[in-house]
Design a protein around this ligand. Structure first.
Ligand code: FAD
Length: 475
């Protein structure tokens, strides 16, 4: 029996035959990303149900020198969760069967969940206990808690609650040698040495497999006020943000922006989506306020700030959601952008962040840089403008993309042109999606030798054989 077959047979004996997928028909959903842009071979897909089973799989792979690729909901936007095209095929360890909510402690405002829990399931369980788990993103119905931790996902709640990293109290991790670290503490204060959980958050599975987490919960806001408005330009959108921050403090819970092209694509490509305003404007902002009391006061503040902004010539038109259904409809527009863009063509998604004050300059410079390369190219802009994270997306039609002599090169080059503008303004090329496969050349380009050497020495210390998710994160 060859070595690969022997390992598969061993894993089947450990996990049960139904928990180790081998045929192309069974594994194709795991070896290709959801946009069908990345695909690579795997030895098999293991579906462990317990932390001990994850440890057994990792130990077996380590003993045989076989690479391991941890996988959550496979919603990565940068090719992080599927095997590389070339190189020895890894064992994919998909966490979807580890989906127990182990504990909710409302008095401590915390919950312990397994890594395979879908983000939405976790939000709902917290809400049932009158608490909020605040990480929220378009893929929340399919991405897993483990994936959000491994990528330190951002999303729409960062302005008020921070990134995933800010909402974690403890972790349980299977290390590259198969040993288990139980760091599931539920403390808000613990100064006993280096805070190890932060090594694994945002490490994209390169240092170990997260199997469970203690998450931080917040009071559940029960009152909301929301508006959709057209700022007169990007600078005006930031001035209105300042007005909201001054008037509402931490009750400002979302501030999202998109350009006219993004809204047009959502309306065109996703059923039942329409422009909330009477006319199409160059820029659109969704703003939400939330609190545990005082619905009327929230609406008053929202209205007052928008009126002031209109008087100051910062806002051209606005509409306030009059019901929960209208509020949900506005969120649906925001959460439909990836689906709309996927149907339209090949969008070269970027994930830059700059200081909030530099957003107008970033958009202006990135537009000029892209149009210098491809005059008139469609540009889609959508972002969490309240925290400085802008997804600037040069968009090719499917036909124009096919006609390019070297599409891969064009994709890398265009993204780099955009990333250069963010870098020049003190920004980053990856605000929330991670590095995955697409970001590797940019890591090599933008990270200083000292930073890269530090990261490599951490990797070397934990995974000297380089078997845990090789070929991502570190160039
Ligand atoms: C429609 C849509 C909207 C999105 N919006 C946002 C957004 O607003 N903000 C944002 O940050 N991201 C967004 N994303 C990207 C993506 O959803 C996030 O990166 C998410 O956190 C990935 O979770 P996942 O479970 O799908 O992980 P996967 O895609 O399966 O994996 C991502 C990375 O994490 C590693 N990994 C997965 N699980 C584990 C684990 N248990 N232990 C160790 N490593 C692991 C994988 O090896 C891979 O490197 C969006 C994606 C889509 C499709």
């Amino acid at each position: 029996m060859d070595a690969g077959k022997e390992l598969v047979a061993y894993l089947q004996s450990e996990l049960g035959a139904g928990a180790v997928l081998v045929s192309e028909a069974e594994t194709s959903g795991y070896t290709e990303d959801w946009r069908a842009r990345f695909k690579g071979p795997a030895l098999c897909v293991a579906l462990p149900s317990t932390t001990e089973q994850v440890a057994a799989v990792v130990k077996a792979c380590a003993a045989r020198g076989v690479a391991v690729l941890p996988q959550g909901g496979n919603t990565s936007l940068c090719g992080g969760a599927v095997p590389q095209k070339s190189g020895p095929p890894p064992v994919i360890v998909n966490l979807s069967r580890m989906r127990r909510i182990r504990q909710i402690d409302p008095a401590n405002n915390s919950m312990v969940v397994e890594a395979g829990c879908i983000l939405k399931t976790v939000q709902d369980a917290a809400a049932d206990a009158q608490r909020l788990y605040p990480v929220s993103l378009g893929a929340e119905g399919s991405c897993q808690i483990g994936g959000t931790l491994a990528t330190n996902a951002g999303g729409t709640g960062v302005l008020r609650y921070g990134n995933t990293r800010d909402n974690v109290l403890g972790l349980e991790v299977v290390l590259p040698d198969g040993s288990i670290w139980n760091g599931l503490r539920a403390l808000r204060k613990d100064n006993t040495g280096i805070d190890l959980k932060h090594l694994f958050i945002g490490a994209e599975g390169a240092l170990g497999i997260i199997t469970a987490a203690t998450l931080k919960l917040h009071p559940l806001p029960t009152h909301h006020a929301m508006a959709w408005f057209a700022p007169t330009d990007v600078g005006a959108a930031l001035k209105v943000l300042g007005l909201f921050q001054q008037a509402c403090g931490s009750r400002l819970s979302a501030y999202e922006m998109m350009n006219d092209r993004q809204l047009q694509l959502v309306i065109k490509n996703v059923p039942d989506r329409r422009n909330p305003l009477a006319a199409m404007h160059a820029w659109h902002v969704l703003v939400e306020l939330a609190d545990t009391q005082g619905a009327e006061e929230l609406e008053q503040v929202l209205q007052q700030v928008l009126e002031q902004a209109m008087e100051e010539g910062l806002v051209a038109d606005a509409v306030i959601a009059a019901s929960d259904a209208q509020r949900a409809a506005l969120w649906e527009i925001r959460h439909s952008v990836s689906e709309a863009n996927k149907k339209e063509g090949i969008g070269l998604s970027t994930d830059c962040a700059v200081p909030v004050s530099a957003v107008p300059a970033f958009i202006e410079r990135a537009t000029a840089a892209v149009h210098a390369e491809a005059p008139g190219l469609d540009i889609i802009i959508v972002g969490h403008v309240g925290d400085g994270n802008i997804h600037f997306i040069p968009m090719f039609s499917f036909d124009a993309w096919k006609a390019l002599p070297d599409p891969d090169r064009m994709g890398k080059h265009m993204r780099h042109c955009v990333n250069e503008q963010a870098h020049a303004l003190g920004g980053t090329f990856s605000a929330e999606h991670g590095v995955g496969q697409t970001g590797l050349p940019e890591m090599a380009h933008y990270k200083s030798p000292v930073e890269l050497a530090l990261m490599k020495s951490v990797k070397q210390a934990l995974d000297p054989a380089n078997l845990m998710n090789p070929g991502r994160l570190l160039p």
